[in-house]
Design a protein around this ligand. Structure first.
Ligand code: DCP
Ligand code: CA
Ligand code: CA
Length: 366
């Protein structure tokens, strides 16, 4: 039975979330920006909607340049709010996880999935399931996405790439080679600019070329593991499984106060175990984080939050404490009632790579 692997990727994700929140943006160019704060417009474009892309704007472009390209087009310029997109992403991933055999998120807006068992390897059933996944995201979150189906991860990923925006590309097993052959080798999942230029120098331009290359040559050039992958992926035979497991996107803890208050010091005291808890969770799962949020639930049960994001990944429990105090200080000035329950949340989680490489380093030095 052939495998049925999928890849789902949300369209112009951050910008689309902003459009959903503010529908008046639809139909006009919009850019979501990360402002560095040095000068008013210094920073880069995180992403742009398709109206802005028509004028050559893309992710990573300096804001100043993007504005120049959109001069006279009345673009919407939006500040990136990573936490907001994380919340939407987490809801979508949870929803999708319930519809497939296994879901492997690989970024904030994309995931591989395996539906071999639930479709009994039938690509017509798989197509219908993919359609209902798309419909579910549209109904629940009002967002469009692109989906690719095929017999391996590499095929599924190329499928979703070529389905953008809002499409579905089903590569049935028999069509795998004809689908892959004309595509550029640089488009293959896992091939970065360095590998692409090395392949180019070997005369390998397309995935078709790659599939005909001598596997021993490839392994000689790129090592046994990666060379073997390239050779297999070019034929849609890369065997990597979809490894299920949702990465947690945040850790939080909410506690009920012993008595209602809006005194920041008092809040912090009662929240100190909560802070230790979220810090311990991050530490034990080897995660750094970038955003700290204070959550206050008032005596009228309304919820207020305030957050702060940092440029560089953080690990430090003292920084959580200090930031939480500042945030509750700010929050308490905006409320007219006391807090009944208070919480702390850390998000923007990433693998604590520095720590891993440090420990590998010290192990290597022994
Ligand atoms: N992103 C970013 N900086 C980049 C690339 C991406 O901040 N250089 C963020 C914004 C994107 C999100 O990651 O919305 C997902 O990235 P994608 O590469 O999937 O791009 P989009 O979803 O924006 O567009 P597409 O419709 O092409 O998938
Ligand atoms: Ca995307
Ligand atoms: Ca993506």
């Amino acid at each position: 039975m052939p495998r049925v692997i999928g890849h789902v990727d949300l369209d112009y994700f951050f910008a689309q979330v902003e459009e959903v929140e503010n529908p008046s943006l639809k139909g006009k160019p919009a850019i979501v920006c990360v402002f560095s704060g040095r000068t008013e417009d210094s920073g880069v474009v995180s992403t742009a909607n398709y109206e802005a892309r028509k004028f050559g704007v893309h992710s990573g472009m300096p804001i100043v340049l993007a504005k120049k390209k959109l001069e006279g087009k009345d673009p919407a310029v939006i500040r990136m709010e990573h936490e907001k997109y994380e919340v939407v992403s987490a809801r979508i991933m949870e929803d999708l996880e319930g519809m497939v055999d296994a879901l492997e998120p690989t970024g904030i807006d994309e995931a591989f999935f395996d539906i071999t068992t639930s479709t009994a390897g039938d690509y017509e059933r798989a197509r219908k399931l993919a359609v209902s996944m798309k419909e579910s995201i549209l109904k629940n979150e009002h967002l469009t996405c692109s989906v690719g189906l095929g017999r391996s991860k590499a095929v599924a990923k190329l499928g979703s790439d070529s389905a953008k925006p809002a499409g579905l590309v089903v590569v049935v097993p028999d069509a795998t080679e004809s689908f892959l052959a004309p595509l550029q080798a640089s488009q293959l999942y896992g091939v970065g600019p360095k590998t692409a230029s090395a392949l180019d120098q070997m005369g390998i331009k397309t995935i078709g070329d790659l599939s005909k290359a001598d596997p021993t040559d490839l392994e000689g050039h790129f090592g046994r593991k990666f060379g073997g992958y390239l050779s297999a992926a070019a034929k849609g035979l890369d065997p990597e499984p979809v490894v299920s497991g949702l990465e947690p996107s945040q850790f939080s803890r909410i506690v009920t106060l012993k008595r209602d208050t809006r005194n920041p010091q008092e809040v912090l005291e009662q929240l100190s175990e909560g802070i230790e808890y979220v810090h311990g969770k991050a530490k034990s799962s080897a995660k750094s984080f970038r955003t700290i949020a204070a959550i206050g639930i008032l005596t009228d049960l309304s919820t207020k939050t305030k957050s702060r994001s940092f440029e560089t990944p953080i690990y430090d429990p003292a920084l959580i404490r200090d930031t939480t105090l500042v945030l509750f200080d700010e929050l308490s000035k905006t409320v007219t009632k006391d807090f009944r329950r208070v919480g702390v949340r850390i998000s923007g989680l990433a693998d604590a790579e520095d720590q891993t490489s440090l420990s590998q380093f010290s192990r290597g030095a022994e």
